[in-house]
Design a protein around this ligand. Sequence first.
Ligand SMILES: [Zn+2]
Ligand SMILES: [Zn+2]
Ligand SMILES: [Zn+2]
Length: 96
Amino acid sequence: MMRKTALCLNEGCGEWVDKRHLEDHRRSCPYRRARKCPFFDCGRWIEAERIERHVDSCKFGSRVECEWCFRQIAQPDMAAHRLRCLVRPRGDNKDN
Ligand SMILES: [Zn+2]
Ligand SMILES: [Zn+2]
Ligand SMILES: [Zn+2]
């Protein structure tokens, strides 16, 4: 029979969890990821859920404005941001 399980994506965990419990599991997963602040001079490890907040306020941060959505993005994240920017122009630019 089919079981609705999902794989916990935290590296090193690899546990199959009932989908209903996945959120709970992620929150308490012993392998949940901390992410490194992208700013080289800072380099602190921050819990994944808090990394965006931290990056926004990191005093080591230099930010650049996205030319498409005008959000201030941490410079090291810009390449990644451009790939998923919500207002990213599509390939077919038929301007004027
Ligand atoms: Zn896990
Ligand atoms: Zn930082
Ligand atoms: Zn953008």
